[in-house]
Design a protein around this ligand. Structure first.
Ligand code: FAD
Length: 509
């Protein structure tokens, strides 16, 4: 059953076994496993129940409707855009569908340096297999790789680098090119069209427009949550909902999960709630080709190179992905006529991004005065040096693929005419607001670990401080995962639920 806040008035109180806060990559699988086991599950989702019928393929409209803060979320200094979905299915509705399992070396680091137990590569295999089957992860089919992605892979091969199509979670992809604005044909196997229907089929109830304000607890044990019900269109407060539950699972994403805990003044004896924010800073790069590429046609993300993934090789992934006209415009020089002339060449442009491995140096703090999350993140010297290295590699790659020019990601635009000009990148300062950066992967703000003085949750996802309170989203990562995080997040949602169900009498008696 699905309820929308706008159809409810007044304050309601409900009883459940499990309340899941957020319906994205972590919350969806967790809710499904619990409902499948016969638990009474209520999912509270701050965003709306927006289905493919409403996905208009108008990017400006959809970004406003489906993204957190209408797509305008950023670090407090405005230097890094932080993109997340805010809709039923969370970021999985708007993501690029690249699928990577968690790298073994990161899981080993979690075990060796953070004391995480029961989460070695072998332990997670059953959850991985289940996730991959439910969301239909497969090697990209030939028709799913568009010209821009092919050029990216060719560029890698011309340089002798690894480069290949990524595995993706689609089914019979129609290659319409609007992946990041919601798939209007349900070919993207997001949580919206997989785990949420499965959870509902097993009896879960979903409330949309339900923004959880606080977690409630008594004597060190969780007792439920309180949410505001708001009309998705007008933002008008329609009422409140209190859910009394035996288990509370926070899955509101790495920006909002810590804010909920901070508003609740709970689970923070370590002082780590909101800290340890890693974001995989992503630097974009545009290549201009003689031929028309039409990078927006077909699946917009698809190729990757892990040639420089190892720390001693650089510490970043390279991925092809169409930036769209708005982000491309940020890299293109000039104003007025000059800018217009460059943008008229948009059909000739292909873009890619680096996904840089970064330490958790950022922080999220709920600011009650502003009524929103304040996100502070400044790349370390080491991260900036990785970003710069990745920018040079991406320029090299586009030239190797045949680009005539490349547009490097600096606020003072930099157009390179050939590979012999790569050293001009070295001249650019690496400072906030001088290099253009985005993040699609916030992580780590309620980190897992064995030591309650330096981590928020234990290896089973449960708060060190508050019994029966779980964090089941990307906030739980002890370190950045170094690949696109949706598969790891879904696996953890599945794995944590399995752990609880294996000790059912402890949690549900
Ligand atoms: C544009 C884009 C492209 C991406 N591409 C890829 C990709 O190709 N491959 C990949 O692996 N990953 C990709 N990602 C990242 C991936 O989708 C996320 O890492 C993953 O979805 C995170 O899962 P989560 O459960 O932590 O949060 P989310 O999936 O974001 O879910 C959080 C949910 O909580 C809800 N919520 C927030 N606050 C509250 C509250 N107070 N009360 C109730 N509900 C709340 C939100 O509305 C949202 O629905 C991409 C992300 C974006 C934005």
């Amino acid at each position: 059953m699905i309820f929308d806040a706008k159809d409810i008035s007044g304050n309601i109180t409900l009883e459940a076994d499990v309340v899941v806060v957020g319906s994205g990559a972590g919350g969806g699988p967790f809710a499904y496993k619990m409902a499948q086991a016969g638990k009474r599950v209520i999912i509270l989702e701050a965003g709306g129940y927006n289905t493919s019928k409403e996905f208009t393929e108008n990017e400006a409209e959809m970004v406003n409707k489906l993204y957190a803060a209408g797509g305008g979320q950023s670090t407090e200094d405005g230097s890094i855009g932080i993109y997340q979905g805010q809709t039923t299915g969370g970021s999985t509705v708007v993501n690029g569908m690249m699928c990577f399992p968690p790298p073994d070396q990161v899981l080993h680091k979690w075990a060796n340096e953070h004391g995480v137990t029961g989460m070695g590569p072998g332990d997670l295999q059953p959850a991985l297999r289940e996730v991959e089957e439910i969301i239909n992860v497969h090697d990209a089919l030939p028709h799913e790789i568009n010209r821009a992605n092919r050029l990216f892979i060719e560029g890698c091969h011309n340089l002798g680098w690894q480069g290949a199509p990524a595995r993706r979670n689609t089914k019979e992809c129609l290659a319409t090119g609007f992946c990041l604005a919601g798939c209007a044909y349900d070919r993207k196997r997001s949580v919206l069209v997989t785990y949420i229907p499965l959870a509902l089929e097993y009896g879960a109830t979903l409330y949309c427009g339900a923004r959880v304000d606080r977690v409630l607890a008594n004597n060190g044990k969780v007792s439920g949550v309180v949410a505001q019900l708001r009309d998705g269109k007008s933002g008008k407060l329609c009422g409140t909902i209190e859910v009394n539950a035996k288990i509370v699972a926070l899955a509101a994403g790495s920006i909002q999960t810590p804010c909920i805990l901070q508003r609740s003044s709970l689970a923070n004896s370590s002082g780590m709630v909101g800290r340890n924010l890693a974001i995989h800073p992503a630097a974009p790069m545009v290549g201009l080709f003689e031929e028309k590429i039409y990078a927006w046609r077909g699946s917009v993300c698809g190729g990757y190179s892990d040639e420089f993934a190892a720390d001693d090789r650089g510490g970043y992934l390279l991925e092809s992905g169409s930036l769209g006209p708005a982000l491309t415009g940020m890299l293109v020089p000039g104003f007025g006529r000059e800018f217009q002339d460059w943008m008229a060449l948009y059909p000739h442009m292909a873009s890619c991004n680096s996904i840089v491995h970064d330490p958790g140096v950022g922080e999220v703090r709920y600011d009650s005065g502003k009524g929103r999350a304040v996100i502070n993140y400044r790349p370390t010297e080491e991260t900036y040096s990785r970003i710069k290295d990745s920018i040079k590699r991406m320029a090299q790659l586009w030239f190797a693929a045949g680009a005539q020019k490349v547009f490097a990601p600096f606020t003072e635009p930099l157009v390179l005419e050939g590979p012999e000009q790569l050293n001009r990148i070295d001249e650019r300062p690496m400072l906030p607001n001088s290099v253009i950066l985005n993040s699609y992967h916030p992580q780590g703000t309620a980190k897992m670990g064995s030591d309650p003085t330096s981590s928020v949750i234990a290896s089973n996802g449960e708060s060190h401080d508050i019994e029966n309170l779980f964090v089941v989203d990307a906030s739980s990562f002890p370190t950045s995962i170094e690949v696109n995080p949706q598969i790891t997040t879904m696996m953890l949602g599945t794995h944590f639920a399995q752990g609880i169900l294996a000790e059912s009498s402890r949690y549900f008696s």
